[in-house]
Structure formats: structure tokens, C-alpha cells
Design a protein around this ligand. Sequence first.
Ligand code: GLY
Length: 283
Amino acid sequence: MATLIIHGGAGGVRPRAERDHIAQNLLTIARNTWQRIHAGTSALDAAIYATVQLEDDPLFNAGLGSKLQCDGKARLSAALMDGAMERFSGVINVEGVVNPILLAAQLQGERDRVLAGTGARDRAIELGLAMGDARTERSIRAWRERRDGSTGTVGAVVLDHEQRIAAATSTGGRGFERVGRVSDSATVAGNFASPNAGVSCTGIGEDIIDGALATRLVAHVESGRALAEAADDLIRRMRQRTWSAGLIALDQDGSWIARTTTDIMYWVAIDASGEHRFADPDD
Ligand code: GLY
């Protein structure tokens, strides 16, 4: 029984029109990904596909339209975890690569599977990946005005028809961060999967790393706990610690959850029972 869940970040409640726009774009991306999963695309390829679509949408803080760092540059981070193979790859603070998830995907087959900065950029050029500036007029204006210009980090977790799980996460970071700051999204705290479960996180990277959220939730499922129960315990602990973060996750049975300590997290899931999406506070 295949299952798909994607997110477009967690944080504050955006204006109604923007929330509707986010919901519509997430739904379109989820439906396109779901069609591919049905046609036999693997969990790994489906997670990559969904994340590329999210990176290409300037509405989200990943790929094109990402938040900018303190010096006004876009440095992107992404990670991919093949749960069936238990293999992680990632890219940290790469400049000039608009789809960092595609670089992470290439690194799945390489010896050096997590690359940062200029080394990551050099490898992207060698591999012939599309290069470009991830900044948009909107993201530059937001940076100039010191505004939080876009929504959040993106991610996708997929269970395919062969019971394989994959997780992908991509981000422009927290926004206005010091050059050299490392996002959770390219670590196993922010993106993790095993044969049993997969998780993608969004929120403040430092909080997600402090909580080792993705690995911790997968470990709970591996120890036999039900996904929803383990996620609820984790959310309680996150609230006690005042960690600002959300996560999407699924397990091998096709159960899925979306939980956040923030006011809202934008997500869409598709499973055998149909389509599901975040609750709008005005509905
Ligand atoms: N979760 C994105 C970041 O803090 O970098």
C-alpha cells in the first residue's frame, strides 16, 4: 500500500490567499508524484521528483526563491535517504545549484556522499547539473527589507508499492544566518529513513538538531512503537523544550503523521484512502 506525504515548511500562519496558493501547489505536486508512484516509480525517485518540483516553486524556501544568508547569497542544503538501502547523501551550503536534491541524488552512488560549499558546487559542475542563481526579485527584496520572505523548508517521504521508504528534504536555511552555519536539512536529524520508517523535518535547524528529531522518531518505530504514539510523545517533549519544528513521517504499514509545534505546517498526504491536507485555521 503506497503512501506519500510532502511538506512546504512550518511556521507562522500566512495570509489566507497565500495559504490557499500553498495548498494548491502542494496538492498539484503530490498528485503528480502519486501518479508516478502508481506507475511503478521507486520511493527514492518519487521523493526526488517531488522535491525538485518543490525546489522549482518560488513559493517555498528551497531551490528557486530560497531565503538568503546574512551576506545576501543563497546557499542551499538538501539530503536524501534511501531507507531500504539505509544510505544517506547530502549537500551543505552549495551556491549556484538550483536543485540541490539532484546533486544529493547523484551522490547516493559515490564514495563521498555529503559535500559542502565549493566542493559541492565543483561536483555539480562536473556532473553537468543545471547551474543558476536561486535568488528571485522577491527573495532579494525580502532580504533588503530584512523580512522573512518565503515559506519553509520542503520535504517528501514516500512508501512505494514494494514497501521501500525514502525521505528527501531541501532548504535555503533559516534566513539571514551567518555564513558557514549548517542546516539540519542536510543531517540525519532533519532527514532520515530506514526500512521501517522515514521522516522529513522543518523548522529551526538548531532545535531539530538538538532533538535529533528524524533519527529519534525512526528509532522509536524500529523499537516497536506505533508511529503516531511515538510522534505525539516527541511533540510533547519538543513543546517542553520550546523547540520550533515540525515533521512529516510514515512507516512501512502506510501509516503517516504530520505534527508541528509551530502555528501551522503546510503539508499534503495521499494514501489508499485519498487526499489529505493541513487544516486551515479559517476552515
Ligand atoms: N530547517 C531549516 C534550517 O533551519 O536550516
